[in-house]
Structure formats: structure tokens, C-alpha cells
Design a protein around this ligand. Sequence first.
Ligand code: 4AD
Ligand code: MG
Length: 466
Amino acid sequence: MKKEIRRSKVKELLNSEVTGKDVLVKGWVRTKRESRNVVFIALNDGSTINNIQIVAETSEFPENLLRDISTGGCIAVTGKLVESQGKGQKVEISASAIEIYGKSDPESYPLQKKGHSMEFLREIAHLRFRTNTFGAVFRIRHTLAYAIHKYFNDKGFYYLHTPIITGSDCEGAGEMFHVTTLDLKNIPLDEKGEVDFSNDFFGTETNLTVSGQLEGELGALALGEIYTFGPTFRAENSNTPRHLAEFWMIEPEMAFYDIKDNMDLAEDFVKYLIRYILENCSDDLAFLNSNIYKGLIDRLNFVLENEFRRITYTEAIEALLSAERKWEFPVEWGRDLQAEHERYLVEQYYKCPVIITDYPKEIKAFYMKQNDDGKTVKAMDVLFPGIGEIIGGSQREEDYEKLLARIRELKLPEKDLWWYLETRKFGTAPHSGFGLGFERLMLFITGMSNIRDVIPFPRTPKNAEF
Ligand code: 4AD
Ligand code: MG
């Protein structure tokens, strides 16, 4: 009986020494080329951006078998790993047996050899994984997620799972998606004509979370240093290349950190992640560097080599006012910065990543620690070239009275926040945290220009296919 051969991944074979031993690979056909007596197949199995070349002598295989192999098909190949005769690869497989798992009609297979537009590839998100670009993007996405866990684990942070379904919009970060099992054709109303949630699944109004922060703070005020890493949801109608309705956020929250410690952590964290990807995803980055964004690797190294510039909101406004150019959105102390302002500061004025602190309290969330000036809060936004805001965070208000006063001033639902307030009553502590937009960092690291192309299945207004 023939000995079973263990399947090898393409990546492993391309890195291995030629032994002349029989190997088995399985994967999808990228291209097939025929010359006089030989068929060349470029096979990819997702383990690396590189394909392995399969060489099949026409005389050794039934004619219809080789004919049925075409771009997009899936095959298993047994053969000897040999030194390649041709240019472009060190090793190749001289095939002795080929099994076709799935044929693919070359006429109707949507991925032709030519470059397709990103828009077109979004319409075939079920197949776009099979392109070099999306293979690279999603291998990097995996590695980045792994690096995030590694970074925090090595530092003694605990991964805390905060809920996806929540009872209130404590954050005030934007429109929320309702979660309900009520019959939408027959919504129960109370005497005042408001929706009666008492018969809803949770007996109260619930939504998908916009942030795990408030629950994260509860964990930090006992476990010390925690982080969340999960999906968050915002029902705002933002149709931009940087907004998703469902995106992933990393939110560390640390007891005993002030705003400076918070900035130091954010800078160290992002630099660690970029370095990790440079060191561990070099093939994929090299591909993106030559095909998607020329200068990508230089841009990543530039961030590693330079300190983030730290300025206050007031300094940012002064820099913007001194700019000799027209703004679409007015620049005035007290107004929020728009993308055009942020990008100007990072790309033209300071020419490096920037951390802006001490924003006016009116344009930031209720929980941010108030400065002594009575006007600003200890907020921090990290801005990146080509992206704009990548991180938003702050030192938190730990003073019970001040926090309560702010909640009342803003007419927030005090009764829904009782548990949050209690942490300031019982052993409150200075603490800080921030939220990093996972896909925004992915945009920066991959050089992709639309956020829809760095998440496998984007959720945006009027779009939830796949
Ligand atoms: O600035 P944001 O709204 O901050 C928070 O949610 C805080 N609770 C974070 C914290 O302090 N724990 O969002 C944080 C980051 C932004 O800087 C941005 O990178 C990303 O989340 N983000 C989005 N990414 C994609 N699509 C959207 N619609 C996003 N909204 C925010
Ligand atoms: Mg923000």
C-alpha cells in the first residue's frame, strides 16, 4: 500500500531545502501556462502571498485532467520538490499525481488576470480573498490582532470581554442600532405613546454598543490594567472611506495612569504594532508597497523613527489660523476639528503623527477629567498621516461630585449610570484609557485607501451583503 503523505503548506515548501522527497500540496490555481510538453501551474494555498510552481509533463497525465485545470480551480498535487529550472523561484514541484477538488469555468470566473478595481472586488467579497491584495491584507489583519493581544499580555493587561448588547447610550458617541425582539409590525406603546419595552426581550431598551469603555473602567478599577478588543457599532450615516457602521476597537483602560502615561502607552503601543508587522509580514508588505501604495514601508519606518508631536487643542487652533488657506469648515476655538484640519496639521504643518490634548469640554464626552481652567478636559486624540484620527482617549474624571455635576449639566440619564458613578464613590482612583480604531490602523499599515477593503465584510449605510 502507498504511504500517505502529509500535506505541506506552500509557505513551508518555498522555505525548505530541496530533498527530492515526495510532497503533497493543496490549493487554488492562480494561473496555468502550457508549453510544448509541459503544463505550468501557479498554486496558492493562502499560507503566503507566493505561489508554488507545479510542473506537469503532458505525457504523464490523462489529457482531460490537465485540460480541466484552470484559474480559480482547486487541486491537490503530489510530486517531488525539486530545484527549479526556470527563473523566479528556487523550488518547484514535479507532479506525479493531481486530483481536482473543484473545477472552475475560466469563462465565467470573475477574477481574471487583469487588475480589478476595488469597487468591483467589493461586489465579489466572497472571492476577493483569492487576490494577492486581499490575501496580503487579511494575513496582516490576523497578525495585527495577534500582536495586539501579545503586547497587552506581555505587559500584564487582562483581556476583558465587555458586552455587545447594552442598556444605554452612556458614551454619547453617536446613533445606536436598536436590539429588539418586539414585533415591528405591532409595536406596543405605553399611555404616553412611547414604545413599551417592558415586554421586550430584556425588559428594557437595548442597543448594540458603541464602545466598551464604561464597562472597561469598572474592570480597570479592580484588575488594574485591562483592554477590550471587539466589534462596536455606530448607526451614523457617514459614507466616507474612513467610517464603518461595524468596526473593531481596542480599548485599554488603566488605573493610576494620568494623561501623560496614557499618551506614552498609546505611542509605544502603535509603534510596537507597526514594528511587529514590519518584522513578521515582510512579503505581504513588500507586495502592498509595490502594488498599492508606493512609499508604504518608508511611511511605517518614519513613524517608528519619530516621536509623536504633542500639542494642545489651543495650539492646534493657532496653527490652523496661521495657515494661508481656505477651510471648508470654519476654524474657531470651541469648534471641533474636521478631517481637513487634522490632515493639514499632520501632513503639512507638523509632518508627523500628532497627539492633541486639552480639548474644550463642550466637544468631548462627559467622563473626561476636567482641567483647572474650567474650560478644557484631559482628552487626547492621536492623528496619523493619510488617516486623521486613529485614537481617541482621555484621563477620566474620578471625582464623584464633578462627574455627577457634568452628567446633570448635560442632562444625561443619571439613573442608567448609577453603577458607573458608584466606582467613584467606593475607592475611586485616577485612571485613563483610549480607543484605537482597528481598521483605521489597518488602513495606515496596509496603505489601502478605503476602510471597506481592510475588513472582510464591511457594514456601511445601505450595505450588509455577505
Ligand atoms: O474617538 P472614539 O469615538 O472614542 C471612544 O469610543 C472612546 N470610548 C475610546 C476610549 O477612550 N476608550 O473612537 C475611538 C476610535 C477613533 O479614534 C477611530 O479610530 C475609531 O475608533 N472609530 C471608527 N473607525 C471606523 N469607523 C467608525 N465609524 C469609527 N468611529 C470611531
Ligand atoms: Mg474620537
